[in-house]
Ligand binder design. Structure first.
Ligand SMILES: Cc1cc2nc3c(=O)[nH]c(=O)nc-3n(C[C@H](O)[C@H](O)[C@H](O)COP(=O)(O)O)c2cc1C
Length: 188
C-alpha cells in the first residue's frame, strides 16, 4: 500500500508525532511505501482567497503544497496527525487544509473526478484538556477536508488529557490503540 503520513505538529517528537509513528510501525515492511511529510519543515502559505482555482482547479501559489496534491489522489491511506489548538487544528495543519480549496473546486465546482479508488483517511489527535466538546471542532474540519479530497474518512483516534511533550508514552492505551488501528486497516 502507499501511505501518505502528514505530521501536523510544530513540536518535533511531540505526542502526535509519537502517535503517528506508532501507527506507521505496522506498515514498515517491503509491502508498503510510506511517504512522510513534516509540515513544520515545509513552506505552505495560507490560502490567499484569490478564487483562481474556482475556474482552473489549480492553486496559483508555488510552494511545498505541490508535493502533497498528487499524494492526496494516489495514496491508499492518507493519515494526518495534529494536536488540538484552541479547539481546532494547529496553524500548520490548518494552512494545509485551507490550501485544499483547489481540490474542493475540482470536486464541487468543476465536477472533476479525483481518482478511481478513494484513499482511506485516518486522523490522529491529542489534546491536553478533558473537556467533553474538545474534539468537536477539529473533527468537523477534518471531515470536510477529507471530503474535499474525496478521501473516505474511515478512522480517527482522539486522545485527551495529554499535554507535556512525550507524555503520551505514559498513556495506558494510546500507542497500542494507534498500532491496533493500523492492524485493522491492514485486515480490511
Ligand atoms: C496554542 C495551543 C493551544 C492549545 N489548545 C488546546 C485546546 O484547545 N484543547 C486541548 O485539549 N489542548 C490544547 N492544547 C494542548 C495540546 O493539544 C497538547 O499539549 C498536545 O499534547 C500537543 O501535541 P504535540 O506534542 O503533538 O504538539 C493547546 C496547546 C497550545 C500550544
Amino acid at each position: 500500500m502507499n501511505i501518505t503520513a502528514i505530521y501536523g505538529s510544530p513540536r518535533k517528537d511531540g505526542n502526535t508525532d509519537l502517535l503517528l509513528n506508532a501507527f506507521l510501525k505496522e506498515f514498515e515492511n517491503p509491502d508498503h511505501i510510506i511517504s512522510r511529510f513534516y509540515l513544520r519543515k515545509m513552506s505552505i502559505s495560507p490560502c490567499i482567497e484569490c478564487e483562481k482555482c474556482y475556474t482552473t482547479g489549480t492553486c496559483v501559489l508555488d510552494d511545498d503544497m505541490k508535493a502533497l496534491y498528487p499524494k492526496f489522489k494516489n495514496s491508499d491511506i492518507v493519515v494526518l496527525s495534529s494536536p488540538v489548538f484552541f479547539y481546532g487544528l494547529n496553524a500548520l495543519a490548518k494552512a494545509m487544509v485551507d490550501r485544499s480549496q483547489c481540490c474542493w473546486s475540482q470536486k464541487y465546482l468543476l465536477n472533476q473526478k479525483h481518482s478511481e479508488t478513494k484513499p482511506k483517511g485516518v486522523f490522529l489527535t491529542v489534546g491536553g484538556s478533558k473537556g467533553k466538546r474538545n474534539f468537536e471542532g477539529i473533527i468537523l474540519t477534518v471531515r470536510y477536508f477529507f471530503d474535499a479530497l474525496d478521501i473516505d474518512f474511515t478512522n480517527q483516534l482522539l486522545v485527551k488529557e495529554i499535554d507535556q511533550k512525550g507524555a503520551i508514552k505514559n498513556h495506558p492505551t494510546a500507542l497500542d490503540d494507534a498500532c491496533n488501528l493500523a492492524k485493522e486497516l491492514l485486515r480490511s
